[in-house]
Ligand binder design. Structure first.
Ligand SMILES: Nc1ncnc2c1ncn2[C@@H]1O[C@H](COP(=O)(O)OP(=O)(O)OP(=O)(O)O)[C@@H](O)[C@H]1O
Length: 248
């Protein structure tokens, strides 16, 4: 019998308020292994706040967030990253003057020892992992290119690569295709499908065509609460969703 602990992520009864305003209210949802879960909803619905709560940037006032059965709400942001949760923000935070290779190398986890960090060298295992990730993010032919010369979409993929190199079990992406060309969106959908072969992905997105392409499950947030969830086809036809979001 599967239990709640079989989920990669279990969010239960989660709440946070800012100056008395409940930005997230009594929120419960689960993310399965190999699943792409997309959170949609109007501006101010609480989507970004949910990611902030999961990665420890914002502290909950109630509820629990379990990652592989382990409670995250009491952990620091660093501990949550080390536990295996990676998050990409909207604006890429790559090093523009470094090459693609160097950006990936700098993100490679160096172990906990001080010596590991100081005397880190590019050995075969690191190079192999960088090559693997570069291929996954469509940048295998750009390894020696400085990141500033990449297209907007390639920069977004590089940042995803910088998270993948740390091998997170859960990857959270905030509007990954914003500003991308149609071709880049198609490739990003392919990238997410590659990523979830070994992990789970939680995405916030406003581009409904992209959501239809990638989502296994959709959650619709409105005023900090879930108003609808399930397959995109079902959610899209839900009158409540049309009223507060899709009809606008
Ligand atoms: N640190 C904070 N302090 C005070 N209020 C906040 C804070 N973070 C978010 N809020 C408020 O909480 C509500 C939810 O914001 P949030 O950014 O999570 O919405 P969102 O669904 O991500 O919106 P968008 O689609 O515009 O990004 C908003 O009313 C916002 O102003």
């Amino acid at each position: 019998m599967p239990t709640q602990n079989d989920f990669v992520l279990s969010v239960e009864d989660l709440a946070v308020s800012f100056d008395g305003f409940k930005a997230v209210d009594d929120l419960t949802f689960y993310v399965d292994k190999n699943e792409i879960l997309v959170i949609i909803g109007p501006n101010g619905a609480g989507k970004t706040t949910v990611l902030d709560l999961i990665c420890g940037r914002t502290k909950a006032i109630a509820g629990s967030i379990k990652f592989h059965g382990e409670e995250l709400t009491a952990k620091t942001e660093h501990e949550i990253v080390r536990a295996g949760v990676g998050r990409k923000f909207q604006n890429p935070s790559i090093y523009e003057t470094l090459t693609v290779f160097e950006n990936l190398e700098i993100s490679y986890p160096r172990g906990r020892s001080v010596f590991g960090a100081l005397f880190f060298r590019t050995d075969a295992a690191v190079r192999e992992r960088i090559a693997e990730v570069a291929e996954m993010i469509f940048l295998e032919d750009c390894l020696s290119m400085r990141a500033e010369y990449l297209s907007h979409g390639q920069k977004q993929w590089l940042e995803i690569g910088m998270l993948l190199i740390q091998d997170p079990d859960l990857l959270m992406l905030d509007e990954p295709v914003a500003g991308m060309s149609v071709g880049e969106r198609v490739k990003t959908a392919e990238l997410l499908n590659r990523i979830i072969r070994d992990r789970s992905v939680l995405v916030i997105e406003h581009d409904m065509k992209f959501v239809e392409d990638i989502a296994h499950k959709v959650i619709v947030l409105h005023q900090g609460k879930i108003i609808s969830q399930g397959a995109m086809a079902k959610v899209k036809a839900d009158p409540k969703v049309v009223e507060v979001y899709l009809g606008h």
